[in-house]
Structures are given as C-alpha cells and as structure tokens.
Write a protein of this length. Structure first.
Length: 256
C-alpha cells in the first residue's frame, strides 16, 4: 500500500501552537496513521537568535510520540525537525551552523512573514546556502513576493532550493483567481517539490494528505501526485517511491 511523506507538521505537544497536550498529540498521530502517512516530521516553530526554544521539552515529548507509535504498532516513522521563522537574528546561528534541521541532514524548513519582500527572501536563501544549508521554503503560496513576475522561477534558477505547499491549498485554493492561476503554472512547470499538511490539530488544521493526493492525481496525474506526496525530498535520504508500486486506490479514496 502506498503511504505518504509529510515534511511539515506540528504534533509535538506543548512547544508551539500545534498540539497542546499529550492527548492532542496522540490524536494527531492516530490521524496521521489513518491518513496513510509513513514518514512524519515534527517541525515545531522556532525563531533562531530571537526567542529561546525549549529543545529539551521538544525532545522529551518527541520520544513520547515515538513510544506511542510503537505501542500502537503503527507503520509510521517519526523524524525531528523545525520550522524556522526568518528574522535578521538568524544570521549568527546560520553562520555557526547551529540551526535545527530535518533529522540529521543539512536541510532546513524556512518560513517568512507573508509580507516579506523578494529581496529579503533572496538574501535569506543566500545566507542558508553560504552557511552550508539546503533550504525548503514552507508554504510558498503565502508569499506575495513570489507571485510577482518570474520571482519564484528566478530564485530556483539561482539556488538549491525546494518549494513546499500545504494540503489545504490543494483542497481549498489560495485566494484570488490570479494566485490560483499562478499556482497552477508552478505545478505545470514542476516548481513545487512537496505537498505537506502543516497540521496543527485534528479539526481546523488537520492532515488531509489522502485528499490532497487524490486531487493532485486527478489534476496532474499519478506520477506527479506520487512525486509530491510520497517522496517529495530525495535530499532527506528517505525511500523514493518506485514507478512499479501499485496505486492503492481503495485506501486512498476516502478521507477519514
């Protein structure tokens, strides 16, 4: 059965605006398994150089999540990570190579304020590359600067960078006709590298990986849907889904 890779989720409890209690976390892990997720990253919010992040609590609660998954015998592998909010204060931890990354990789998940200018995005990505990191831009559909002209294309042409989009954007769109048309162009040009949940809970900001896959498959075809949801980032060293894997149409046909 085909299962998904979710590179962006907030299920570790008590450290950000995601799961608040251990019960919340367990419910999210139940939902992740029900959504056919095989690899799940705990990307809690971190603001490097500006706000202290309680890493000890994060690791403690992450291990509790691993224990629960093992007790439930879920075919679900958890990885550490972080969603880094860009501010100018990120420069020192970047240059000293102390930023939290995806697992043990040199890849970071980076987010910005929606109103950020393209020049600042460019400078941030350049800083990451100079400091030895590969950057995944979180929910690129939120940044108006990337919708102007060929900004998104230009950034990719110059840097080793990956674009992630949220499942909710696939299932509900991203605002105006212009933005949705531009987003479709990005998919057509294969600028998007990963579709992930950005799940924070089980109700208002849930996983929806199955539903996103189904809509991607219908619009862009099975191969592209797999690329975006099953093996979005080869750079993380995770298994890449093979072309000979059968499509599990039954388990993927309904959202729980």
């Amino acid at each position: 059965m085909m299962r998904f890779t979710d590179i962006h989720a907030h299920f570790v409890y008590g450290v950000d605006d995601g799961a608040q209690t251990i019960e919340d976390m367990k419910a999210m892990l139940d939902a992740a398994n029900a959504n056919s997720i095989a690899f799940l990253f705990a990307t809690s919010h971190v603001t490097p150089g500006l706000r202290r992040f309680d890493h000890e609590t994060y690791i403690e609660h992450f291990h509790e999540a691993e224990q629960y998954v093992a007790e439930q015998n879920y075919p679900l592998t958890l990885f550490t990570g972080a969603e880094l909010l860009y501010t100018p204060a990120i420069q020192r931890p970047a240059e000293t190579h102390t930023l939290p990354t995806y697992g043990n990789s040199d890849t970071v998940l980076l987010e910005f304020s929606p109103s950020i200018e393209f020049k600042e995005i460019w400078q941030a990505v350049e800083l990451m590359e100079i400091s030895g990191y590969t950057t995944v831009l979180a929910h690129v559909e939120r940044y108006e600067a990337l919708f102007r002209g060929k900004s998104a294309e230009k950034l990719k042409q110059n840097y080793d960078i990956y674009y992630q989009i949220n499942c909710s954007t696939i299932t509900h769109g991203c605002g105006s006709y212009f933005r949705n048309r531009k987003l479709n162009n990005w998919f057509d040009e294969m600028l998007i590298d990963a579709v992930a949940s950005d799940a924070h809970d089980c109700k208002h900001r849930a996983f929806h990986m199955k539903r996103a896959y189904k809509e991607l498959k219908q619009k862009y075809g099975q191969r592209e849907a797999r690329r975006l949801t099953c093996a979005p980032l080869e750079i993380l060293g995770l298994p890449v889904i093979r072309d000979d894997v059968k499509d599990a149409e039954g388990p993927l046909s309904e959202e729980r």
